[in-house]
Design a protein around this ligand. Structure first.
Ligand code: ZN
Ligand code: ZN
Ligand code: ZN
Length: 301
């Protein structure tokens, strides 16, 4: 284990735990001013990245998208970062209702922060995630993403690196999945409900070519269009109030070049209980074909 990090090794379950007790006191945004709204820039640590009009100063109003260190980081230590990417100056502008330009700005911020994190050789893994709604783990209402950098490759990425580098299940899925599972295709990107869906209305977005690094793909506009479209379907056609989006890009190791980048998006309905937590066996309650049918229902995808 590297020195000075907050990672604890669980030798019984053979996995890392991030010990961050201060996160229990992070604000919920239910009372007081929103720390992510414009005008409240002094409530966050200094920004690490922002999309701003020329001539506007860091940590002042005027930004379109803004990245700041998380005041209550889940991870600390060499090669580790935890940032918040604020999607919009508008407190209610979710990705599901964003314009293509607004969503593209967010996805460009994801690329920029992943690139910055991975320029540090001590960082072995970086991930972007969105928690929308209380049931999905969002503590603040203002639309934002979490960007983390870790000095270890966590178990899910380790498994995905192993599988995609041997006989890639994503390539195979995109070639062989039944047509009714596909939601939409856009310039080399495909979105579908995978047959192995674990969560309700689970969506996988991936390039048809076996590309390792999202931040090098140049597909930000296409990703933005697919994501806003699909999240709108998720929230409107199937009335899912809480969802997560997770972007998995190549781990920052030599073997990472064999990864196939992709995005998971899924609804949060119900909660994990004894079987899921105790046996590590997720229970899939919505058939992926039915999920695809429902997601295609309202809007022409
Ligand atoms: Zn706000
Ligand atoms: Zn592949
Ligand atoms: Zn993944």
């Amino acid at each position: 284990m590297p020195a000075m990090t907050n990672l604890i090794w669980n030798p019984l379950a053979l996995k890392w735990i991030a010990r961050a007790p201060e996160r229990i006191s992070r604000p919920t945004g239910k009372t007081g001013a929103c720390p992510l709204c414009p005008g409240n820039e002094e409530m966050t640590p200094p920004e690490t990245w922002a999309l701003r009009p020329e001539g506007s100063f860091p940590d002042t109003e005027g930004w379109l998208v803004r990245a700041v260190p998380n005041l209550y980081p889940a991870v600390t230590g060499p090669g580790m970062s935890h940032e918040v990417i604020v999607h919009s100056p508008n407190h209610c502008r979710d990705l599901a209702v964003a314009s293509l330009e607004e969503a593209t700005h967010v996805v460009q911020a994801w690329s920029a922060r992943l690139d910055a994190f991975k320029s540090n050789p001590a960082t072995k893994f970086a991930q972007i995630s969105v928690n929308h709604g209380r049931a999905a783990g969002a503590s603040l209402e203002h639309p934002h993403s979490q960007a983390i950098a870790l000095s270890q490759i966590p178990p899910i990425a380790e498994a995905e690196l192993l599988s995609t580098s041997i006989s890639c299940p994503i390539c195979q899925l995109l070639q062989e999945a039944k047509q009714n599972l596909f939601l939409r295709e856009l310039e080399g990107l495909a979105a579908l409900c995978p047959p192995w869906s674990e969560h309700p209305y689970e969506i996988l977005i991936a390039p048809r070519d076996h590309q390792s690094a999202f931040e090098r793909s140049g597909l930000e506009i296409q990703v933005a269009e697919l994501l806003t479209n699909l999240l709108a379907a998720l929230t409107e056609s199937v009335s899912v109030e809480a969802y997560n989006v997770v972007l998995h890009t190549a781990p920052n190791t030599p073997k990472g070049s064999e990864f196939h980048w992709h995005i998971h998006a899924f609804g949060r309905v119900g909660t994990y209980a004894g079987i899921e937590l105790g046996a590590g066996l997720p229970i899939s309650m919505i058939d992926p074909a039915r999920a695809a049918e429902a997601l295609k229902g309202v809007k022409p995808l």
